[in-house]
Design a protein around this ligand. Structure first.
Ligand SMILES: Cc1cc2nc3c(=O)[nH]c(=O)nc-3n(C[C@H](O)[C@H](O)[C@H](O)COP(=O)(O)OP(=O)(O)OC[C@H]3O[C@@H](n4cnc5c(N)ncnc54)[C@H](O)[C@@H]3O)c2cc1C
Length: 420
Protein backbone atom coordinates (compact mmCIF):
# COMPACT_ATOMS: atom_id res chain seq x y z
CA UNK A 1 0.00 0.00 0.00
CA UNK A 2 1.32 3.44 -0.80
CA UNK A 3 1.20 6.26 1.71
CA UNK A 4 -1.32 8.45 -0.10
CA UNK A 5 -3.46 10.44 2.33
CA UNK A 6 -6.66 12.12 1.14
CA UNK A 7 -8.84 14.53 3.05
CA UNK A 8 -12.37 15.72 2.45
CA UNK A 9 -15.25 17.10 4.49
CA UNK A 10 -17.19 13.93 3.68
CA UNK A 11 -15.99 10.49 2.54
CA UNK A 12 -18.68 8.36 0.87
CA UNK A 13 -18.03 4.61 0.84
CA UNK A 14 -19.50 3.04 -2.31
CA UNK A 15 -19.78 4.42 -5.83
CA UNK A 16 -23.17 2.95 -6.74
CA UNK A 17 -26.19 5.03 -7.68
CA UNK A 18 -26.88 5.85 -4.02
CA UNK A 19 -23.34 6.89 -3.03
CA UNK A 20 -23.02 9.03 -6.15
CA UNK A 21 -26.42 10.70 -5.71
CA UNK A 22 -25.46 11.59 -2.11
CA UNK A 23 -22.03 12.88 -3.18
CA UNK A 24 -23.55 15.03 -5.94
CA UNK A 25 -26.13 16.62 -3.61
CA UNK A 26 -23.50 17.35 -0.95
CA UNK A 27 -21.14 18.90 -3.52
CA UNK A 28 -23.98 21.07 -4.86
CA UNK A 29 -24.19 22.52 -1.32
CA UNK A 30 -20.51 23.39 -1.25
CA UNK A 31 -19.25 20.37 0.72
CA UNK A 32 -15.94 18.78 -0.36
CA UNK A 33 -16.63 15.10 -1.02
CA UNK A 34 -14.58 12.04 -1.85
CA UNK A 35 -16.22 8.81 -3.11
CA UNK A 36 -14.38 5.53 -2.48
CA UNK A 37 -15.28 2.71 -4.85
CA UNK A 38 -13.47 -0.61 -4.84
CA UNK A 39 -14.25 -1.36 -8.50
CA UNK A 40 -15.37 1.05 -11.23
CA UNK A 41 -18.32 3.25 -10.33
CA UNK A 42 -21.71 1.69 -10.92
CA UNK A 43 -20.45 -1.86 -11.31
CA UNK A 44 -22.33 -3.17 -8.24
CA UNK A 45 -26.10 -3.63 -8.14
CA UNK A 46 -26.57 -0.36 -10.00
CA UNK A 47 -25.12 -1.80 -13.21
CA UNK A 48 -27.71 -4.08 -14.79
CA UNK A 49 -30.92 -3.61 -12.85
CA UNK A 50 -34.26 -3.38 -14.66
CA UNK A 51 -33.85 0.38 -15.15
CA UNK A 52 -37.35 1.14 -13.92
CA UNK A 53 -38.31 4.46 -12.37
CA UNK A 54 -41.70 3.32 -11.15
CA UNK A 55 -43.34 4.83 -8.04
CA UNK A 56 -46.18 2.28 -8.31
CA UNK A 57 -43.68 -0.40 -7.27
CA UNK A 58 -41.81 1.63 -4.65
CA UNK A 59 -43.10 -0.26 -1.64
CA UNK A 60 -41.35 -1.96 1.29
CA UNK A 61 -40.21 -5.50 0.64
CA UNK A 62 -41.97 -6.67 3.81
CA UNK A 63 -45.62 -6.74 2.68
CA UNK A 64 -48.73 -8.21 4.35
CA UNK A 65 -49.24 -11.92 3.68
CA UNK A 66 -45.58 -12.44 2.83
CA UNK A 67 -45.10 -15.06 5.54
CA UNK A 68 -47.43 -17.45 3.70
CA UNK A 69 -45.50 -16.92 0.47
CA UNK A 70 -42.19 -17.22 2.32
CA UNK A 71 -43.10 -20.73 3.45
CA UNK A 72 -43.90 -21.71 -0.15
CA UNK A 73 -40.69 -20.13 -1.45
CA UNK A 74 -38.66 -22.24 0.96
CA UNK A 75 -39.84 -25.30 -0.90
CA UNK A 76 -39.70 -24.14 -4.50
CA UNK A 77 -36.34 -23.39 -6.13
CA UNK A 78 -38.16 -22.23 -9.29
CA UNK A 79 -40.25 -19.58 -7.50
CA UNK A 80 -39.66 -15.93 -8.40
CA UNK A 81 -38.59 -15.44 -4.77
CA UNK A 82 -36.40 -18.07 -3.20
CA UNK A 83 -34.80 -18.70 0.13
CA UNK A 84 -32.56 -21.77 0.10
CA UNK A 85 -33.30 -23.53 3.41
CA UNK A 86 -30.14 -23.40 5.53
CA UNK A 87 -29.11 -23.26 9.18
CA UNK A 88 -28.00 -19.66 9.23
CA UNK A 89 -28.73 -17.58 12.33
CA UNK A 90 -28.37 -14.32 10.41
CA UNK A 91 -30.99 -15.47 7.90
CA UNK A 92 -33.36 -16.67 10.64
CA UNK A 93 -33.18 -13.40 12.56
CA UNK A 94 -33.56 -11.44 9.29
CA UNK A 95 -36.70 -13.44 8.45
CA UNK A 96 -38.17 -12.84 11.90
CA UNK A 97 -37.62 -9.10 11.45
CA UNK A 98 -39.11 -9.29 7.95
CA UNK A 99 -42.25 -11.08 9.11
CA UNK A 100 -42.66 -8.70 12.07
CA UNK A 101 -42.53 -5.74 9.67
CA UNK A 102 -45.15 -7.21 7.31
CA UNK A 103 -48.15 -5.72 9.14
CA UNK A 104 -50.62 -3.72 7.06
CA UNK A 105 -50.22 -0.44 8.96
CA UNK A 106 -46.42 -0.50 8.89
CA UNK A 107 -46.43 -1.51 5.22
CA UNK A 108 -48.73 1.37 4.23
CA UNK A 109 -46.72 3.96 6.20
CA UNK A 110 -43.53 2.71 4.55
CA UNK A 111 -45.16 2.67 1.11
CA UNK A 112 -46.35 6.27 1.47
CA UNK A 113 -42.83 7.41 2.38
CA UNK A 114 -41.13 5.41 -0.39
CA UNK A 115 -43.62 6.42 -3.07
CA UNK A 116 -43.10 10.08 -2.11
CA UNK A 117 -39.31 9.70 -2.27
CA UNK A 118 -39.65 7.92 -5.61
CA UNK A 119 -42.04 10.41 -7.24
CA UNK A 120 -39.69 13.28 -6.43
CA UNK A 121 -36.74 11.20 -7.67
CA UNK A 122 -38.37 10.40 -11.02
CA UNK A 123 -39.03 14.14 -11.51
CA UNK A 124 -35.36 14.77 -10.63
CA UNK A 125 -34.17 12.13 -13.15
CA UNK A 126 -36.38 13.78 -15.77
CA UNK A 127 -34.80 17.19 -15.08
CA UNK A 128 -31.34 15.61 -15.06
CA UNK A 129 -32.00 14.06 -18.48
CA UNK A 130 -32.73 17.54 -19.90
CA UNK A 131 -29.27 18.91 -19.05
CA UNK A 132 -27.59 19.11 -22.48
CA UNK A 133 -24.13 18.14 -21.17
CA UNK A 134 -25.29 14.91 -19.51
CA UNK A 135 -24.64 11.75 -21.47
CA UNK A 136 -27.96 10.35 -22.60
CA UNK A 137 -29.12 7.55 -20.36
CA UNK A 138 -32.23 6.59 -22.28
CA UNK A 139 -34.68 8.29 -19.91
CA UNK A 140 -38.29 7.95 -21.07
CA UNK A 141 -41.51 8.51 -19.22
CA UNK A 142 -43.94 6.44 -21.25
CA UNK A 143 -45.52 4.44 -18.46
CA UNK A 144 -45.50 0.92 -17.09
CA UNK A 145 -47.97 -1.77 -18.11
CA UNK A 146 -48.50 -4.61 -15.61
CA UNK A 147 -50.00 -7.66 -17.26
CA UNK A 148 -52.12 -10.32 -15.52
CA UNK A 149 -53.02 -13.87 -16.44
CA UNK A 150 -55.65 -14.57 -13.77
CA UNK A 151 -58.63 -12.49 -12.54
CA UNK A 152 -57.55 -13.01 -8.91
CA UNK A 153 -54.10 -11.49 -9.48
CA UNK A 154 -55.64 -8.60 -11.42
CA UNK A 155 -58.07 -7.88 -8.56
CA UNK A 156 -55.29 -7.93 -5.97
CA UNK A 157 -53.20 -5.61 -8.13
CA UNK A 158 -56.15 -3.20 -8.45
CA UNK A 159 -56.28 -2.92 -4.64
CA UNK A 160 -52.52 -2.27 -4.55
CA UNK A 161 -52.89 0.35 -7.31
CA UNK A 162 -55.70 2.03 -5.34
CA UNK A 163 -53.32 2.35 -2.39
CA UNK A 164 -50.49 3.91 -4.44
CA UNK A 165 -53.09 6.16 -6.17
CA UNK A 166 -53.78 7.67 -2.72
CA UNK A 167 -50.08 8.57 -2.66
CA UNK A 168 -50.29 10.31 -6.05
CA UNK A 169 -49.68 7.52 -8.62
CA UNK A 170 -52.42 7.49 -11.31
CA UNK A 171 -53.46 4.26 -13.03
CA UNK A 172 -55.86 2.88 -15.66
CA UNK A 173 -57.31 -0.62 -15.90
CA UNK A 174 -57.03 -2.18 -19.38
CA UNK A 175 -58.95 -5.20 -20.66
CA UNK A 176 -57.14 -8.13 -22.26
CA UNK A 177 -58.11 -6.75 -25.71
CA UNK A 178 -56.77 -3.29 -24.78
CA UNK A 179 -53.45 -4.88 -23.87
CA UNK A 180 -53.28 -6.92 -27.10
CA UNK A 181 -54.25 -3.90 -29.25
CA UNK A 182 -51.86 -1.44 -27.68
CA UNK A 183 -48.97 -3.82 -27.03
CA UNK A 184 -48.77 -6.28 -29.94
CA UNK A 185 -45.50 -7.69 -28.60
CA UNK A 186 -47.45 -9.49 -25.84
CA UNK A 187 -48.83 -12.97 -26.49
CA UNK A 188 -50.37 -15.79 -24.46
CA UNK A 189 -53.39 -15.96 -22.17
CA UNK A 190 -53.93 -12.72 -20.34
CA UNK A 191 -56.98 -11.23 -18.65
CA UNK A 192 -56.00 -7.57 -18.50
CA UNK A 193 -53.51 -5.01 -17.40
CA UNK A 194 -52.96 -2.00 -15.20
CA UNK A 195 -51.29 0.93 -16.89
CA UNK A 196 -49.39 3.53 -14.83
CA UNK A 197 -48.95 6.46 -17.25
CA UNK A 198 -46.44 8.54 -15.22
CA UNK A 199 -43.76 5.88 -14.72
CA UNK A 200 -40.33 6.13 -16.32
CA UNK A 201 -37.37 3.98 -17.27
CA UNK A 202 -33.77 4.34 -18.38
CA UNK A 203 -30.57 2.44 -19.10
CA UNK A 204 -29.21 1.92 -15.58
CA UNK A 205 -25.43 1.87 -16.10
CA UNK A 206 -25.57 4.94 -18.36
CA UNK A 207 -27.62 6.69 -15.66
CA UNK A 208 -25.09 5.97 -12.95
CA UNK A 209 -22.21 7.05 -15.20
CA UNK A 210 -24.01 10.31 -15.98
CA UNK A 211 -24.41 10.83 -12.24
CA UNK A 212 -20.69 10.17 -11.70
CA UNK A 213 -19.78 12.68 -14.43
CA UNK A 214 -22.07 15.30 -12.88
CA UNK A 215 -20.54 14.63 -9.44
CA UNK A 216 -16.99 15.06 -10.83
CA UNK A 217 -18.03 18.30 -12.53
CA UNK A 218 -19.44 19.51 -9.20
CA UNK A 219 -16.01 18.90 -7.63
CA UNK A 220 -16.39 15.41 -6.13
CA UNK A 221 -13.20 13.36 -6.06
CA UNK A 222 -14.19 9.90 -7.28
CA UNK A 223 -11.55 7.31 -6.38
CA UNK A 224 -12.01 4.03 -8.27
CA UNK A 225 -10.25 0.81 -7.26
CA UNK A 226 -10.13 2.21 -3.73
CA UNK A 227 -11.42 -0.59 -1.54
CA UNK A 228 -12.13 0.32 2.06
CA UNK A 229 -10.41 -2.25 4.23
CA UNK A 230 -10.71 -0.89 7.74
CA UNK A 231 -11.47 2.18 9.80
CA UNK A 232 -9.89 4.02 12.70
CA UNK A 233 -12.57 4.71 15.30
CA UNK A 234 -11.52 6.76 18.31
CA UNK A 235 -13.65 8.12 21.16
CA UNK A 236 -16.78 6.95 19.36
CA UNK A 237 -16.00 8.86 16.14
CA UNK A 238 -14.70 7.55 12.84
CA UNK A 239 -11.37 9.30 12.15
CA UNK A 240 -10.10 7.77 8.91
CA UNK A 241 -10.45 4.87 6.50
CA UNK A 242 -7.73 2.55 5.36
CA UNK A 243 -8.13 1.79 1.66
CA UNK A 244 -6.16 -0.04 -1.00
CA UNK A 245 -5.06 3.42 -2.22
CA UNK A 246 -3.92 4.74 1.18
CA UNK A 247 -5.67 6.47 4.08
CA UNK A 248 -8.61 8.82 3.76
CA UNK A 249 -9.50 11.23 6.55
CA UNK A 250 -12.76 13.18 6.71
CA UNK A 251 -15.02 14.96 9.17
CA UNK A 252 -18.06 12.88 8.24
CA UNK A 253 -18.46 9.45 6.66
CA UNK A 254 -21.35 7.98 4.64
CA UNK A 255 -21.74 4.22 4.31
CA UNK A 256 -23.40 3.58 0.92
CA UNK A 257 -21.89 0.21 0.05
CA UNK A 258 -25.14 -1.51 -0.97
CA UNK A 259 -25.37 -5.20 -0.05
CA UNK A 260 -21.85 -5.04 1.39
CA UNK A 261 -22.83 -2.39 3.94
CA UNK A 262 -23.39 -5.10 6.57
CA UNK A 263 -19.92 -6.62 6.42
CA UNK A 264 -18.25 -3.25 5.93
CA UNK A 265 -20.33 -1.73 8.71
CA UNK A 266 -18.80 -4.24 11.11
CA UNK A 267 -15.38 -2.55 10.79
CA UNK A 268 -17.12 0.74 11.64
CA UNK A 269 -18.61 -0.81 14.77
CA UNK A 270 -22.13 -1.28 13.33
CA UNK A 271 -24.35 -4.32 13.38
CA UNK A 272 -26.50 -3.77 10.33
CA UNK A 273 -28.75 -6.77 9.48
CA UNK A 274 -28.16 -6.52 5.72
CA UNK A 275 -28.74 -9.39 3.29
CA UNK A 276 -28.14 -9.32 -0.43
CA UNK A 277 -31.07 -10.52 -2.57
CA UNK A 278 -29.73 -11.80 -5.85
CA UNK A 279 -31.47 -11.03 -9.12
CA UNK A 280 -30.56 -11.48 -12.78
CA UNK A 281 -30.96 -9.52 -15.96
CA UNK A 282 -30.40 -10.40 -19.60
CA UNK A 283 -29.95 -8.12 -22.56
CA UNK A 284 -31.26 -9.61 -25.80
CA UNK A 285 -31.68 -8.20 -29.33
CA UNK A 286 -34.82 -6.11 -30.04
CA UNK A 287 -38.04 -8.02 -30.72
CA UNK A 288 -40.28 -7.70 -33.75
CA UNK A 289 -42.60 -6.10 -32.77
CA UNK A 290 -40.60 -4.48 -29.96
CA UNK A 291 -42.60 -3.53 -26.80
CA UNK A 292 -43.71 0.11 -26.76
CA UNK A 293 -43.11 0.61 -23.05
CA UNK A 294 -41.94 -1.17 -19.88
CA UNK A 295 -43.93 -4.32 -19.19
CA UNK A 296 -44.31 -6.17 -15.92
CA UNK A 297 -45.29 -9.83 -16.33
CA UNK A 298 -46.74 -9.57 -12.87
CA UNK A 299 -47.49 -13.17 -11.95
CA UNK A 300 -44.12 -14.31 -13.28
CA UNK A 301 -42.42 -11.35 -11.56
CA UNK A 302 -40.45 -10.54 -14.70
CA UNK A 303 -39.55 -6.98 -15.67
CA UNK A 304 -39.20 -6.02 -19.33
CA UNK A 305 -37.49 -2.77 -20.31
CA UNK A 306 -37.37 -2.09 -24.07
CA UNK A 307 -34.21 -0.08 -24.80
CA UNK A 308 -33.78 1.36 -28.31
CA UNK A 309 -31.33 -1.31 -29.46
CA UNK A 310 -32.00 -4.15 -27.04
CA UNK A 311 -34.49 -5.62 -24.59
CA UNK A 312 -33.71 -6.02 -20.90
CA UNK A 313 -35.37 -8.92 -19.08
CA UNK A 314 -34.95 -9.04 -15.29
CA UNK A 315 -36.22 -11.07 -12.41
CA UNK A 316 -35.96 -13.34 -9.39
CA UNK A 317 -35.12 -12.51 -5.84
CA UNK A 318 -33.03 -14.97 -3.87
CA UNK A 319 -31.88 -14.15 -0.34
CA UNK A 320 -28.21 -15.08 -0.45
CA UNK A 321 -26.09 -12.65 1.56
CA UNK A 322 -23.08 -11.80 -0.59
CA UNK A 323 -22.99 -14.87 -2.88
CA UNK A 324 -22.80 -13.85 -6.55
CA UNK A 325 -22.63 -17.31 -8.16
CA UNK A 326 -24.95 -17.80 -11.11
CA UNK A 327 -27.74 -20.32 -10.58
CA UNK A 328 -28.55 -21.55 -14.10
CA UNK A 329 -31.90 -23.01 -13.02
CA UNK A 330 -33.11 -19.60 -11.91
CA UNK A 331 -31.75 -17.91 -15.03
CA UNK A 332 -33.62 -20.45 -17.18
CA UNK A 333 -36.72 -19.74 -15.07
CA UNK A 334 -36.60 -16.08 -16.16
CA UNK A 335 -36.04 -16.94 -19.83
CA UNK A 336 -38.87 -19.51 -19.89
CA UNK A 337 -41.15 -17.12 -18.00
CA UNK A 338 -40.53 -14.32 -20.50
CA UNK A 339 -40.92 -16.71 -23.46
CA UNK A 340 -44.43 -17.53 -22.24
CA UNK A 341 -45.58 -13.98 -23.03
CA UNK A 342 -43.12 -12.55 -25.59
CA UNK A 343 -41.78 -13.82 -28.89
CA UNK A 344 -38.14 -14.13 -27.91
CA UNK A 345 -35.62 -15.33 -30.47
CA UNK A 346 -34.61 -18.98 -30.47
CA UNK A 347 -31.73 -19.15 -29.79
CA UNK A 348 -32.08 -16.16 -27.50
CA UNK A 349 -28.90 -14.38 -28.69
CA UNK A 350 -28.03 -12.92 -25.28
CA UNK A 351 -25.92 -9.78 -25.49
CA UNK A 352 -25.23 -9.83 -21.77
CA UNK A 353 -26.13 -11.84 -18.67
CA UNK A 354 -25.79 -10.09 -15.34
CA UNK A 355 -26.56 -10.69 -11.68
CA UNK A 356 -26.60 -8.28 -8.78
CA UNK A 357 -27.31 -8.10 -5.08
CA UNK A 358 -30.14 -5.90 -3.88
CA UNK A 359 -29.30 -4.49 -0.45
CA UNK A 360 -32.14 -5.62 1.84
CA UNK A 361 -32.85 -4.83 5.48
CA UNK A 362 -35.52 -6.87 7.29
CA UNK A 363 -38.23 -4.19 7.14
CA UNK A 364 -37.50 -3.55 3.45
CA UNK A 365 -37.00 0.18 3.93
CA UNK A 366 -33.78 2.09 3.21
CA UNK A 367 -31.82 3.70 6.04
CA UNK A 368 -30.99 7.36 5.37
CA UNK A 369 -29.55 9.28 8.30
CA UNK A 370 -27.10 9.44 11.16
CA UNK A 371 -26.21 6.41 13.26
CA UNK A 372 -26.54 6.50 17.01
CA UNK A 373 -23.25 4.66 17.30
CA UNK A 374 -20.99 7.40 15.89
CA UNK A 375 -22.06 11.04 15.56
CA UNK A 376 -20.08 11.44 12.31
CA UNK A 377 -21.21 8.22 10.62
CA UNK A 378 -24.20 8.35 8.26
CA UNK A 379 -26.00 5.62 6.34
CA UNK A 380 -27.56 5.64 2.87
CA UNK A 381 -28.25 2.02 2.08
CA UNK A 382 -30.79 -0.82 2.13
CA UNK A 383 -32.71 0.35 -0.95
CA UNK A 384 -33.74 -3.20 -1.92
CA UNK A 385 -35.62 -3.03 -5.29
CA UNK A 386 -35.83 0.76 -5.33
CA UNK A 387 -32.28 2.18 -5.38
CA UNK A 388 -32.30 3.63 -8.89
CA UNK A 389 -35.81 5.03 -8.63
CA UNK A 390 -35.20 6.74 -5.26
CA UNK A 391 -31.54 7.79 -5.64
CA UNK A 392 -31.95 11.56 -6.25
CA UNK A 393 -34.40 11.86 -3.33
CA UNK A 394 -32.07 9.85 -1.09
CA UNK A 395 -29.18 12.19 -1.94
CA UNK A 396 -31.36 15.20 -1.23
CA UNK A 397 -32.61 13.92 2.12
CA UNK A 398 -29.15 12.87 3.29
CA UNK A 399 -27.62 16.21 2.24
CA UNK A 400 -30.46 18.11 4.00
CA UNK A 401 -29.79 16.20 7.22
CA UNK A 402 -25.99 16.45 7.03
CA UNK A 403 -26.10 20.19 6.26
CA UNK A 404 -28.63 20.88 9.03
CA UNK A 405 -31.28 22.05 6.52
CA UNK A 406 -35.03 21.44 6.69
CA UNK A 407 -35.50 17.92 5.30
CA UNK A 408 -37.27 17.76 1.93
CA UNK A 409 -38.96 14.50 3.02
CA UNK A 410 -40.10 13.19 6.39
CA UNK A 411 -36.92 11.47 7.62
CA UNK A 412 -38.62 9.30 10.28
CA UNK A 413 -39.50 6.24 8.13
CA UNK A 414 -35.84 6.11 7.01
CA UNK A 415 -34.18 6.69 10.40
CA UNK A 416 -30.82 4.95 10.68
CA UNK A 417 -31.11 4.51 14.42
CA UNK A 418 -33.89 1.93 14.01
CA UNK A 419 -31.00 -0.48 13.39
CA UNK A 420 -27.82 1.34 14.46
C1 LIG B 1 -32.36 -7.84 -11.11
C2 LIG B 1 -32.51 -6.50 -10.43
C3 LIG B 1 -33.41 -5.57 -10.93
C4 LIG B 1 -33.56 -4.34 -10.30
N1 LIG B 1 -34.39 -3.41 -10.85
C5 LIG B 1 -34.49 -2.18 -10.30
C6 LIG B 1 -35.26 -1.17 -10.92
O1 LIG B 1 -35.83 -1.37 -11.99
N2 LIG B 1 -35.34 0.05 -10.33
C7 LIG B 1 -34.71 0.32 -9.15
O2 LIG B 1 -34.86 1.42 -8.62
N3 LIG B 1 -33.96 -0.62 -8.54
C8 LIG B 1 -33.81 -1.85 -9.10
N4 LIG B 1 -33.02 -2.80 -8.51
C9 LIG B 1 -32.37 -2.46 -7.24
C10 LIG B 1 -31.20 -1.50 -7.46
O3 LIG B 1 -30.33 -2.04 -8.43
C11 LIG B 1 -30.48 -1.30 -6.12
O4 LIG B 1 -31.40 -0.89 -5.14
C12 LIG B 1 -29.41 -0.22 -6.26
O5 LIG B 1 -28.53 -0.50 -7.32
C13 LIG B 1 -28.61 -0.13 -4.96
O6 LIG B 1 -27.64 0.88 -5.16
P1 LIG B 1 -26.45 1.05 -4.14
O7 LIG B 1 -25.67 2.22 -4.59
O8 LIG B 1 -27.00 1.05 -2.74
O9 LIG B 1 -25.62 -0.31 -4.25
P2 LIG B 1 -24.54 -0.74 -5.35
O10 LIG B 1 -24.90 -0.27 -6.70
O11 LIG B 1 -24.32 -2.19 -5.17
O12 LIG B 1 -23.27 0.10 -4.92
C14 LIG B 1 -22.50 -0.24 -3.80
C15 LIG B 1 -21.07 -0.03 -4.19
O13 LIG B 1 -20.23 -0.20 -3.03
C16 LIG B 1 -19.02 -0.74 -3.49
N5 LIG B 1 -18.30 -1.34 -2.36
C17 LIG B 1 -18.62 -2.47 -1.68
N6 LIG B 1 -17.70 -2.73 -0.74
C18 LIG B 1 -16.78 -1.74 -0.82
C19 LIG B 1 -15.57 -1.46 -0.13
N7 LIG B 1 -15.12 -2.26 0.86
N8 LIG B 1 -14.87 -0.36 -0.45
C20 LIG B 1 -15.29 0.48 -1.46
N9 LIG B 1 -16.42 0.24 -2.17
C21 LIG B 1 -17.16 -0.85 -1.84
C22 LIG B 1 -19.45 -1.76 -4.54
O14 LIG B 1 -18.39 -2.09 -5.41
C23 LIG B 1 -20.60 -1.04 -5.22
O15 LIG B 1 -20.20 -0.36 -6.39
C24 LIG B 1 -32.83 -4.03 -9.11
C25 LIG B 1 -31.90 -4.96 -8.64
C26 LIG B 1 -31.73 -6.18 -9.28
C27 LIG B 1 -30.72 -7.16 -8.76
Amino acid sequence: MNERMSRADVAVIGGGVIGLACALELARRGVSVCVLERDRVGRGCSYGNAGWLTPSLAVPLAAPGQWRKALRWLLDPESPFYIRPRADLKLVSWLIGFLAASRQGQFERGAEALVGLCRASVDAWEEFAKIPDETSFGFVRDGLLSIFETPKALDQAKSAAEMTARFGVPFEVWTGDDVRDREPAVQGGLVGGIFFPREGSCEPYSAVRALADAARQAGVEVLEHAEVLDATVFSGKVRSLRTTLGHVAADEFVLAAGAWSGSLGACLGLRLPMLGAKGYSLLVPPLDPHPQRSLYLAERKIAINPHVESLRISGTLELVGEDLTVNMRRLEGIINGARGMLQLGNPLGEIEVWRGLRPCLPDGMPVIGRTRKSPNLWLATGHQMTGLKTAPGTGQLLADLMCGQTPSFNPDPFRADRYC
